[in-house]
Write a protein of this length. Structure first.
Length: 238
């Protein structure tokens, strides 16, 4: 199972208290956490937000390996910027490293504890219907395309298509990409035909239980209060 597929499975099969909280409250907390991380210049505040993000991920029962992989991607990219700007103050380098990792962990917590229909339902109330539905379908198609790509790569390795001179490998990669594009086009046509056959009314994300609040939302509220207190007390740059 791919990394994104694993996260999608955790969102539906997880049993942590975060999974029982409403999607709307978690979305608001994640947006607030990411916004503060991007806008904050205080090192103590950034470190505190980073610790809160790790706390959310670990208490949501996301495997440590998955969390480490998600955090490593932005960390590697941010490290390149740090190397490119080497010579400045250490605080600037630390901000470049902490911000993307914290944001990625916050998003991981959100999508790993929220089934995708509940995640897209609030967006369908804000964005135009066609835009929200397009994002919804694209999100689901991504998992299928990643699975198809993984199976294609395994087939190439088994049949010896992934080795050889660089020119041959580039040619094989181009043919594989072309196959994937054709498959994605055919799949979109089948999905659209199926939707028409089943009476598509122009609205996919129509569920309303994303805003049904319960006792678990008190935990989200407590974390949000902690984030607010930290922002007030530690906002001044240090």
């Amino acid at each position: 199972m791919s990394l994104i597929g694993r996260v999608d499975y955790l969102a539906s099969a997880g049993a942590s208290p975060w999974h029982r909280a409403s999607a709307l409250s978690k979305l608001v907390l994640a947006v607030a956490l990411v916004s503060l991380t991007v806008g904050a210049r205080s090192i103590p505040l950034l470190v505190t937000l980073h610790a809160i993000a790790w706390l959310l991920v670990l208490t949501s029962r996301v495997p440590l390996r998955v969390a480490a992989l998600v955090a490593s991607y932005p960390l590697v990219v941010a490290s390149l910027f740090v190397v490119a700007t080497w010579g400045g103050p250490w605080t600037a380098s630390l901000r470049l490293l902490v911000r993307p990792v914290t944001a990625s962990l916050a998003v991981l917590w959100l999508i790993a504890t929220t089934p995708y229909p509940d995640l897209f339902a609030p967006l369908s109330r804000i964005l135009p219907g066609s835009v929200a539905d397009s994002l919804f379908i694209t999100y689901r198609a991504l998992f299928d395309l990643l699975g198809r790509l993984e199976r294609l790569w395994q087939s190439l390795r088994i049949r010896g298509g992934a080795g050889g001179p660089p020119v041959r490998r580039l040619a094989v990669a181009g043919e594989g990409l072309a196959t994937l594009v054709v498959y994605s086009f055919e799949r979109s046509q089948r999905i659209y035909s199926t939707m028409l056959l089943r009476g598509h009314s122009g609205r996919i994300c129509g569920c309303r239980h994303y805003a049904e609040f319960g006792p678990a939302d008190l935990l989200v509220l407590a974390v949000a209060a902690g984030v607010a207190v930290a922002a007030v007390m530690l906002w001044r740059p240090v």
